[in-house]
Ligand binder design. Structure first.
Ligand code: NAP
Length: 292
């Protein structure tokens, strides 16, 4: 029986690529899933776990014969991977990715392919955990979660439909927006919170000479800083790739933090309470929406 995708090649069988492979296997929509990465032991593990059917260490060999290639490597590796697969990728092969910033992926594709490939469908699943690697992957990661596709001008409609259908089979809710809009929104909702969590934990760790701070850290600290356990290299890549939007958000946040600092300097309780109350209302509203 004909499948949605005959051969899906996933370069980067980690948390994100591995979870998609697991979900698509359960949905039985791929003829074969081929994995590729640098570490053979990890790829062998992926085969043993039933995440992929087979693997190739050579990227060009891995994409040969694929009707869809998914790039699920860190953003800093995208351009090198595209360069390796460019000579081997089929003319009609759909190329998609899961990178957490989209402008840099589009720039990489332009630089490598000379012109924008019509079959390129940039994507970003809004799902993840602070863990990495194929062993951390699970089939339900995308259930009910959003996947943002950022279709390109003159991009192939059929390629877009197939990528959207793939994510829906993995349980995701697919939405579309422009590359620029994606990078602006994600800088606010994801990249800035990661920068702040890393910066806070780093500040506290460097001043915590006696171990007092972490010894008495409670639920609030854990909630606020969980994402500082995320892979540092991956978030370095993401924040640097989207640095213009991250800088813009840091500037806006710094202004608000300055205003709050002034309120503390002048013991302006009214201003402090206003800020905290506004935030609580916004967070409660957000929690309600998330629970629906
Ligand atoms: P991960 O678990 O560390 O997986 C990354 C995979 O890429 C690994 O299998 C790694 O295998 C492979 N890889 C790394 N460098 C490579 C290179 N130079 N060439 C070929 N393969 C390489 O990371 P992840 O969380 O799945 O993230 C992958 C992508 O998803 C990133 O672009 C990230 O921005 C995006 N994303 C992440 C999240 C999240 O919350 N984690 C959410 C949405 C999107 P080897 O080491 O064996 O090469």
């Amino acid at each position: 029986m004909s499948k949605l995708i005959q051969q899906l090649t996933i370069i980067g069988v980690g948390l994100i690529g591995g979870s998609l492979a697991r979900a698509l296997k359960q949905a039985e929509v791929c003829g074969e899933i081929v994995g590729c990465g640098r570490n053979e032991a990890e790829l062998k593990k992926a085969v043993e776990l039933g995440v992929i059917d087979r693997y190739a260490l050579d990227q060009a060999e891995a994409v040969r014969g694929a009707d869809m290639v998914l790039l699920a490597v860190p953003l800093g590796a995208m351009r090198a991977v595209m360069t390796s697969i460019a000579p081997a990728i089929g003319k009609n092969t759909i190329l998609t990715d899961v990178g957490s910033a989209k402008g840099s992926v589009v720039d990489d594709a332009k630089a490598v392919f000379g012109e924008m490939p019509r079959n390129l469908v940039p994507g970003h699943p809004i799902a993840g955990t602070e863990k990495s690697g194929v062993e951390a992957s699970f089939a339900t990661l995308y259930q009910g979660r959003k996947v943002i596709l950022t279709p390109l001008e003159n991009g192939d409609e059929a390629a877009l439909k197939t990528v959207a259908a793939m994510w829906r089979h993995a349980g995701a809710d697919v939405v579309e927006m422009s590359v620029e809009h994606h990078d602006r929104v994600l800088a606010a909702t994801s990249h800035l919170p990661h920068v702040l969590a890393y910066a806070l934990v780093d500040s506290l760790a460097r001043m915590d000479e006696t171990g007092e701070v972490f010894k008495y850290a409670a639920g609030g600290f854990r909630d606020f800083t969980r994402i500082a356990s995320s892979d540092a290299q991956m978030w370095h890549d993401i924040c640097l790739a989207n640095r213009h939007e991250v800088l813009n958000m840091l500037g806006r946040f710094r202004e608000d933090l300055d205003a709050l600092t002034s309120a503390f300097e002048t013991a302006d309780g009214e201003a402090i309470l206003k800020c905290f109350s506004r935030a609580k209302r916004a967070r409660d509203h957000f929690s309600k929406i998330m629970a629906e």
